[in-house]
Design a protein around this ligand. Structure first.
Ligand code: ZN
Ligand code: ZN
Length: 416
């Protein structure tokens, strides 16, 4: 029995709903994507509920489930995965948060959750300017680590004795509301102390960022000042039994965003860094697909994550989501158009993101598996509607690894 190698191409927030803008079609139905459609025609298709039917999930819980880890068991918050993905080695007891560099007015009313999608370079300069504040706060016995990642995104880690992730999100997740300082969500000394340190950091950084020369310059240029650090997703790192041990495979991840490197890294996958892989719409798709092709010479499983589809949905732009899918198809075809034998390819998403509302929804996501030995079905093109007629029917995210690695002849028999 020959084992095949597996490539998962995960298009973030791939699933969508039909929009008037695209003449009642979803971006995937609308996009011209001859290569992915060919894989669909030659492969087996279906729909997947990342966590469960009708449950809208985040990228963190969606990815955990797709990699075979029940998020209800292992998930406390996205912070620790973001931190790991940003290259911070977490220690037991560390509490990690995701943060957004945002724009608030003088009364802490939230104007823009992403500070006008500030550039990665500018966000880094601003995060660096908080180093002295972090050092001052660290004198109280809790080390504060702040690291900027992609655009407005960053990671905050608190390290010290008796901390807790049981504090409220500071990011209200919507604009035009007043930002509230963190509060403990349980009656423990750790939660109280964590909320207090966070509040000091958030207020202190606001004071520093407001007068920062870069922000003054942004305002002069008619842009928004990135003057607030909004934390969310506090959590501690779960102890995951690695994919490599579980399936006796060697695996790697190619991604731009810190979260994806973090979740896959926590599952024991090797993180491959590709120049220009930014996790944005302008990411180096060609480089990522080339790197995947290279890694498949040594790895049994390569997980290639592409974020642009989700970003376009959050920006409520079905047309640019469709355009981005077309670009993905071109680069995918350039790297894998010869469809080498001994390879199993899976294309799917981690959740549906509606490009009408800009929010994650609970509709299932399309899924295809292509390979030498798959049973073909009658599906002719890859989208939300056609996949519902496919041979994989409807899967749960938790089953994907088993199904995929079984098609590749990797999974071992249960019983004898
Ligand atoms: Zn996602
Ligand atoms: Zn999203």
């Amino acid at each position: 029995m020959t084992r095949a190698r597996c490539l998962i191409v995960l298009l973030d927030g791939l699933g969508d709903r039909p929009s008037v803008e695209l003449k009642k079609r979803t971006p995937l139905m609308y996009a011209r994507k001859p290569f992915i459609d060919r894989l669909s025609r030659e492969g087996v298709n279906g729909l997947m509920d990342p966590v469960g039917p009708g449950i809208p999930v985040g990228s963190d819980t969606g990815h955990l489930a797709i990699l075979g880890y029940d998020p209800y068991k292992y998930y406390t918050g996205r912070g620790p995965f973001e931190a790991l993905g940003a290259g911070i080695r977490l220690e037991p007891g560390d509490v990690a948060f995701r943060y957004n560099l945002a724009t608030v007015d003088e009364n802490w009313r939230l104007i823009d959750r992403r500070a006008g999608r500030i550039s990665t370079e500018e966000a880094e300069v601003l995060a660096d300017s908080l180093r002295d504040l972090a050092a001052d706060l660290s004198k109280g016995g809790v080390e504060v680590i702040i690291r900027s990642t992609v655009e407005h995104r960053g990671v905050l880690v608190l390290r010290g004795p008796s901390l807790s992730h049981k504090v409220t999100d500071v990011d209200p997740h919507k604009e035009n509301v007043t930002v509230e300082m963190p509060r403990p969500t349980e009656a423990s000394e750790g939660a109280r102390r964590t909320a207090q340190i966070l509040a000091e950091l958030i207020k202190g950084s606001h004071a520093l960022l407001t007068v920062h020369e870069l922000n003054r310059d942004r305002v002069r240029r008619g842009m928004m000042a990135a003057n607030a650090l909004l934390t969310r997703g506090g959590g501690v790192m779960p102890n995951l039994y690695s994919l490599n041990e579980r399936f006796k495979i060697r695996s790697s991840v190619i991604a731009g965003g810190a979260l994806y490197k973090g979740v896959c890294g926590a599952a024991g996958m090797e993180v491959v860094n590709v120049e220009g892989a930014t996790g944005t719409l302008k990411t180096n798709l060609a480089g990522k697909f080339r790197a995947a092709r290279d890694r498949l010479r040594v790895d049994d499983l390569v997980f290639l994550h592409i974020k642009g589809t989700d970003s376009a949905s959050h920006d409520r732009s079905p047309a640019s989501k469709a355009q981005f899918i077309e670009r993905v198809d071109e680069e995918f075809s350039r790297a894998f158009g010869d469809t080498p034998s001994g390879l199993v390819i899976c294309v799917t998403g981690d959740h549906t993101t509606s490009s009408i509302t800009g929010e994650h929804r609970g509709d299932p996501v399309p899924l295809l598996i292509w390979g030498d030995e798959v049973r073909r079905d009658g599906v002719e093109s890859f989208d939300e509607v056609n996949c519902s007629k496919g041979g994989l029917n409807r899967l749960r995210g938790l089953d994907l690894m088993n199904v995929l690695l079984d098609v590749a002849n990797v999974t071992e028999m249960f019983g004898e």
